[in-house]
Every structure is written in structure tokens, then in C-alpha cells.
Design a protein around this ligand. Structure first.
Ligand SMILES: Nc1ncnc2c1ncn2[C@@H]1O[C@H](COP(=O)(O)OP(=O)(O)OP(=O)(O)O)[C@@H](O)[C@H]1O
Length: 486
């Protein structure tokens, strides 16, 4: 698309609505998030990147972060994207799905990136699929296990920003990378969406690969493992399947919650797990929750997951979010000052993927308009995101959620009463108000019955400190936060 034309369309919202490709992207994500389960959306759609729109050819390019996701998207979601694009643009639109390992910025400059283009006319009929053992839909094809590590070389310890939220997970990962198959086996890494679990396990694999280039390493998403089991089943190729998986030095298996309810997969994984540990090979597993909390997973697997080292990754704290934004912006060649990073990080709190998305929006805006990265620019570029966030969380909402959680009256948030069962929830609410809103300490004090800002500061420090070593308190704060965001 002609950059001049983009500029003039950007200045003319009416024109923009008809061709705005970023508008299409936001709308498509919105629709798919409603149509799919949160887990499907998180796994398949969220990691996609919008790359280019060529107006002259009426074609859109969408990037997927790895080969597996690329293939899956093309097979499973291409038709739906096609429909959404045609609806949005009011004319037939060609979709290209490409590998975009870096998760590159959305840049509407034509052909600004070198891409492994895989033209996917979405009209191409999907291949026939079979439903096997109620496990997963797979295409008919010959059973071949790809003998590659599937590691993403960009996901290393060097590119991983550390803070309180992930320092334990990082330290454990470094230990395991240096001594695979030794004491922490298996290592079970759990945490919410987009917090860096995949990044860390790739970092372990990349480290080992560098130390021992001949090591047999395999990264696999749990859903791909399920597909492998189904194909081995179809083609009676379990011997080959076992030979491959049982002979690895390091198996990295991501998002194992996808095994839920898939009994044959779990059985095969159990054998693989036993064989690998027997050989002193390292197994590393990630999940969205800790082993005992997993639903639909066999007890004998759960007890094995729990038998090594289980370590959590928490959502990044404010300073860490700032550091991540600044590092990633600098890597893109567009430095972000600390005050802009603080502004963004204060508004976007849930996970690193969300921060990366926001950064991409800001960088795209800056590139189109030739502007510097300022708070004003960030505010404009993130207008939609910020309005959602602001709608969600106010000090009053926090006071109500905390009072409900601890079964006290909301009025106790403002009262002068000081028994511990009231004072502590009040301090937690003050802490959360500081973390989750843009209010200053004096403003928060005012909203808590006219308290002094030093009282708020004391509460914020106390709860922050306790939270860092009190797992129960940490959990309670998470639960309240989830209620607020629901
Ligand atoms: N501490 C960090 N430093 C730098 N980048 C990070 C950090 N944590 C996460 N990221 C980046 O954020 C994005 C999401 O992280 P990742 O895919 O590892 O999350 P995840 O925990 O595996 O999420 P999911 O459960 O959705 O698979 C990736 O691009 C990753 O590189």
C-alpha cells in the first residue's frame, strides 16, 4: 500500500474505516475470542501477528511463530479468517500465512520483511480429517516424526528479562540447563498465559544444544504430541514413536494441560516419561497450573510430575514490565524512555505477551506517523486497550472485591477501626490500588477514609514484602485480581 495513502487515510477516519487493516485485525481477534474457547484462542490465535496488507492486491499477510502453529492455523482457521476478511473489507481478500519467528511488528509498508511465504488461498479445500479415539482431528498423512529440536534460537537466557516474578524459575532453569538429568527431574514449570514458560524451556534447550551439539533434544507442544500419538495409532507405528521419544536426552513439552482427558496420549507419555527418567534424560514440562490442580490427568502422571522440581512463574511486577518494554523497544531500534515505559506498564499488567502486543502497536504507530515515542503517542496508539483497562479497575472496585473476599464490610475500608481482621484486608486493598490503578499515594489515602499517604506507603511496602515470601497471600491477591478482571 502506498504510504502516502495510509497517511491520508489515517488522517481521515471515514476513509480509514473502509481499509484500515489494523482495524480488521482487532475486529478479527475480537470475533475469534468470542467464538473459541479461551484455551484455543490463547494457543492458536493470540500468538499470530498481523504483518502486511497490500491494498493493490487486496491481500493480507499473517504470521505464525512456528511451523507447527503455522500448519495448524492454515488447516483449521484459514477459512474463518477468510470469511472475516471478506466481511470486513466487503470484497474477496487473499490471505497469506507465513512463518514469523520473531513475532515481527505489524508494519504496513509493503514487503518490508523477508518472509518464508506460503501462499494459502483459503479457498483451498481442507484435507480430509479423521477423528481418532476422541482425541484430536488429524490429517491423513504418513507418520513421520520430525527429527529436529524445534528450538527457537531467539528464546535464550540472554533475551529473558529477570525480576522477582520469574527469578526462581530462571535460576532453576539455569541449573537444569547445566546439569540435565540430575537432581531436578522432571522440572515442572507452571504459570498463567504469556509469562515466559515457553521462552524459558527453549532457553534451556538452546543452552544444552550449544554445550552439546549432538544432544538429542526435542521441544514439542502438547497438542502436537497428541497428534503424533494419533498418527502412530492410525498407522500402527508405535514402535517408531517409542524409539524416537524414548531415546531423547532432553524432552521439553509445553502446555501439558492439553493432555486432559486424552487417555491413550497420557499412557504413551507415561511410558516415555519412565523410559527417559530411567535413562537419566531430562524432562521439562510446562502447564497453566500446578500438578495437583490439573483436571483430566491420570493420578500416576500427576504424582510423577510432582516428583521433581515444581516451580511457578508469576505475573511480572511493575519494574519488570518496565524493563521488558525498554529492552524489547531497544531491540527494535526504537528506544523507549523510562517514563513512557512506566506509563504503559502501569496500564498493562497481566502478562508479557500483552506487553509485546502493546509495544507492537506503539511501534507501528510511530513508524506510520514518523513520531517519537512519547506518553501522548503511547496513549493514542493504545487507546482501545487502555479504555478497556480503565473501565475495569477503580479503587472502589478493588475495595469491594477485597471486602467481599475477606468477608468484611466495604465501609470498613474507610473506617478508623483497626482490628487485624479489618486492618489487613484494608492494607491489601491499598496495595492493590497502587498496583492496579494510576492513583497517587495521597489520592489512595483520600479514598480510604482520608488517610495519610505515609499510611498507604507503609501498607504497600508491607504487603509487597509479605507477598514475595507468603504463597498463600500471593494466591489470594491473584484470585482477587482475577475477579476484578473478569
Ligand atoms: N521475562 C521475559 N523477558 C523477555 N521476554 C519475555 C519474558 N517473559 C515472556 N517473554 C516473551 O513474552 C512472550 C510470551 O511468552 P511465552 O510464550 O514464553 O509465554 P508462556 O508462559 O509459554 O505462555 P502460554 O501459556 O500462553 O504458552 C514471548 O514472546 C516471550 O519471549
Amino acid at each position: 500500500m502506498d504510504p502516502q495513502k495510509i497517511m491520508s487515510n489515517l488522517q481521515n477516519p471515514a476513509a480509514l474505516t473502509s481499509i484500515n487493516p489494523l482495524g480488521f485485525w482487532d475486529a478479527a481477534l475480537g470475533t475469534l475470542s468470542r467464538e473459541l474457547s479461551p484455551q484455543q484462542f490463547k494457543t492458536w490465535i493470540q500468538p499470530l501477528t498481523f504483518i502486511t496488507f497490500e491494498e493493490s492486491e487486496q491481500s493480507l499477510t499473517i504470521g505464525a511463530p512456528n511451523r507447527f502453529k503455522l500448519d495448524w492455523i492454515k488447516k483449521t482457521f484459514a477459512d474463518r479468517f477468510q470469511e472475516l476478511a471478506s466481511e470486513y473489507f466487503g470484497q474477496s481478500t487473499t490471505l497469506n500465512f507465513v512463518l514469523d519467528i520473531d513475532g515481527g511488528s505489524p508494519d504496513l509498508t509493503p514487503k518490508n520483511k523477508e518472509l518464508t511465504t506460503e501462499n494459502n488461498e483459503a479457498s483451498v479445500a481442507l484435507q480430509s480429517k479423521n477423528l481418532i479415539e476422541d482425541e484430536v482431528l488429524v490429517e491423513e498423512q504418513s507418520f513421520e516424526i520430525e527429527d529436529h529440536s524445534k528450538l527457537n534460537p531467539n528464546l535464550t537466557f540472554d533475551t529473558f528479562v529477570t525480576g522477582k516474578a520469574n527469578q526462581l524459575a530462571r535460576a532453576a532453569s539455569i541449573q537444569v540447563a547445566h546439569n540435565p538429568g540430575a537432581s531436578y527431574n522432571p522440572m515442572f514449570l507452571y504459570g498463567g498465559v504469556g509469562l515466559g514458560k515457553t521462552h524459558l524451556i527453549h532457553a534451556i534447550g538452546n543452552h544444552l544444544l550449544k554445550e552439546k551439539p549432538n544432544a538429542r533434544i526435542r521441544y514439542i507442544h502438547a497438542e502436537q504430541y497428541v497428534s503424533d500419538v494419533v498418527r502412530a495409532y492410525q498407522q500402527k507405528a508405535f514402535d517408531r514413536f517409542k524409539r524416537y521419544y524414548h531415546s531423547l536426552d532432553l524432552l521439553l513439552i509445553d502446555d501439558i494441560q492439553f493432555f486432559s482427558g486424552k487417555s491413550r496420549t497420557q499412557e504413551e507419555f507415561f511410558y516415555a516419561f519412565e523410559a527417559l527418567l530411567g535413562n537419566k534424560s531430562q524432562v521439562i514440562i510446562t502447564s497453566d497450573t500446578y500438578p495437583k490442580e490439573m483436571a483430566g490427568i491420570d493420578d500416576r502422571l500427576i504424582s510423577r510430575f510432582d516428583s521433581g522440581l515444581t516451580v511457578a512463574i508469576e505475573p511480572p511486577e511493575l519494574e519488570m514490565r518496565v524493563a521488558i518494554l525498554m529492552k524489547k523497544a531497544a531491540n527494535e531500534g526504537i528506544p523507549m524512555s523510562e517514563d513512557v515505559a512506566f506509563f504503559v506498564a502501569k496500564h498493562l499488567r497481566s502478562n508479557v505477551r500483552e506487553l509485546e502486543g502493546a509495544l507492537r502497536k506503539i511501534l507501528a504507530f510511530v513508524r506510520f506517523h514518523g513520531r517519537e515515542v512519547t506518553i501522548e503517542v503511547a496513549r493514542t496508539a493504545l487507546k482501545d486497550l487502555l479504555s478497556i483497562q480503565n473501565r475495569q479497575i477503580s479503587v472502589e472496585n478493588i475495595q469491594k472485591a477485597v471486602a467481599d473476599f475477606y468477608s468484611i464490610k466495604v465501609a470498613d475500608m474507610y473506617s478508623k477501626r483497626r482490628p487485624a481482621n479489618i486492618a489487613r484486608p484494608r492494607q491489601i486493598a491499598m496495595f492493590m490500588a497502587k498496583e492496579l490503578t494510576q492513583k497517587s499515594l495521597p489520592e489512595i489515602g483520600e479514598l480510604f477514609g482520608g488517610r495519610d499517604h505515609t499510611t498507604v506507603l507503609h501498607a504497600v511496602r508491607k504487603i509487597a514484602d509479605e507477598r514475595s515470601h507468603d504463597g498463600q497471600l500471593n494466591h489470594e491477591i491473584h484470585v482477587i485480581e482475577q475477579t476484578l478482571k473478569a
